[in-house]
Design a protein around this ligand. Structure first.
Ligand code: SF4
Length: 399
């Protein structure tokens, strides 16, 4: 939906940059990351590059939910699908918009020059398709994801859906065009509370959400249930068993319990008291944990007031760079992630070399693969140790 001028000027003042029906914004966490004052929880949980994040929405005025906790200016939105803009044109326009928004940042006294250079000059390698609107209502979402997936610079694509488009999800799955990680927002365990919180445009909204949830365990991608805890509205202890039943039934790979934040336009619909503190999120998660045999709490990020559950049956990598086939070839790993040069920095990484009879970190992915076959070590267990080492030593220290 082409954005009307009156709304466009309001969005430009809100530091969005618009391209047809789509928009980009520089996330507050990207700004913090560029001046080494913290990173977003998705970096901590999944290893994404916060400085190379493109926070965008393909059709930002199109949504078929009216969630009361939404910080976005929902009053501008419509649930009607519209003429879909060309995805290639959109990508190019948003990259220009993002550069325009970043341009002033280069002169910031505290800016990390290397992070800024990568953020400004390199193609965004993390696409957060969740800025505003329902992404699956954008008719060419498959083409958009296809273009991004075929770009060798892309490392991760996250899509957040409200679960109202199960048909579209099936289609994307059949075409193998699902994002690298798919989020489904679930903020109520039953239809009555769902209608109160999501205020769906579709009369069969709950049925559509349930259909989407039933799809997750068979989708060929990483899946996350995103629960936004609204204090005093959807976090009563009486609801815990219903949530546990719903979440266990869904068997997503991850569950994120995240605090509602008293921000933006949501302040016209909710009160400050509805915003939980991190300790409230921890308490809710702990109680839920007792009722979720398939899951375990593995991480948290207090600045974002979020707790992460992982499914015990999840066999994939926690951090999103090793289990991506695109990193099979040598140069991509070294160029994009310079992983081994990072490891060299840490004398402690010597223990991994010794354990797996590796001479030095002067190697690349393929040589490591050949080495593991030669000495009879399981490559994945070597990568797992490298992953954990990087997580414990590198990502934490890049705050
Ligand atoms: S991944 Fe999300 S939280 Fe992290 S920088 Fe991008 S938009 Fe912000």
């Amino acid at each position: 939906m082409t954005i009307p001028l009156e709304i466009k000027s309001k969005l430009l003042n809100m530091q969005y940059r618009i391209c047809g029906s789509s928009a980009v914004e520089i996330c507050s966490w990207t700004k913090k990351h560029l001046i080494n004052e913290g990173s977003c929880y998705k970096r901590k949980f999944y290893g994404i590059d916060t400085n190379r994040c493109m926070e965008m929405g393909p059709d930002i005025l199109c949504c078929n939910h009216n969630c009361i906790y939404c910080w976005r200016p929902m009053e501008f939105m419509s649930s009607k699908e519209s003429e879909a803009m060309d995805p290639q044109e959109m990508i190019l326009g948003l990259i220009e918009g993002r550069k325009n928004l970043l341009s002033g940042f280069g002169g910031h006294e505290k800016v990390d020059k290397e992070k800024f250079k990568d953020a400004y000059e390199l193609f965004p390698n993390h696409w957060a398709i969740s800025l505003a609107g329902e992404p699956l209502l954008y008719d060419k979402i498959d083409e958009l994801i296809s273009i991004l997936k075929n770009n060798k610079e892309t490392r991760s694509i996250f899509v957040v859906t409200n679960g109202q488009e199960p048909k579209k999800l099936k289609e994307l799955n059949e075409k193998d065009l699902l994002p690298v990680q798919l989020y489904v927002s679930v903020n109520a365990p039953n239809e009555k509370l769902y209608k109160e919180i999501a205020r769906p445009a579709n009369s069969d909204g709950w049925k559509r959400l349930k259909e989407t949830l039933n799809l997750l365990k068979n989708l060929n991608t990483r899946t996350v249930l995103r629960f936004t805890q609204i204090k005093g509205l959807n976090d009563s202890e009486n609801l815990l068993e219903e949530y546990a039943e719903l979440f266990e039934e869904t068997q997503s790979n991850f569950i994120e319990i995240k605090a509602y934040m008293f921000l933006g336009f949501s302040r016209q619909r909710l009160k400050k008291e509805n915003m939980p503190f991190h300790k409230n999120v921890q308490a809710f998660a702990e109680k839920l944990n007792e009722l979720l045999p398939s899951y375990e709490i593995i991480n948290e990020h207090s600045p974002s007031r979020i707790v992460l559950f992982r499914n015990k049956n999840f066999k994939g990598e926690q951090l999103i760079f090793f289990n991506d086939p695109k990193y099979e070839s040598i140069d991509k790993i070294d160029k994009n992630w310079k992983i081994y040069s990072i490891l060299k920095k840490y004398r402690k990484s010597r223990k991994i070399l010794d354990k797996f009879k590796i001479d030095s970190w002067d190697l690349d992915y393929l040589t490591l693969k050949e080495h593991s076959e030669k000495v009879g070590f399981d490559l994945n267990s070597i990568l797992k140790e490298i992953n954990e080492f990087i997580h414990e030593n590198y990502l934490i220290n890049t705050k």
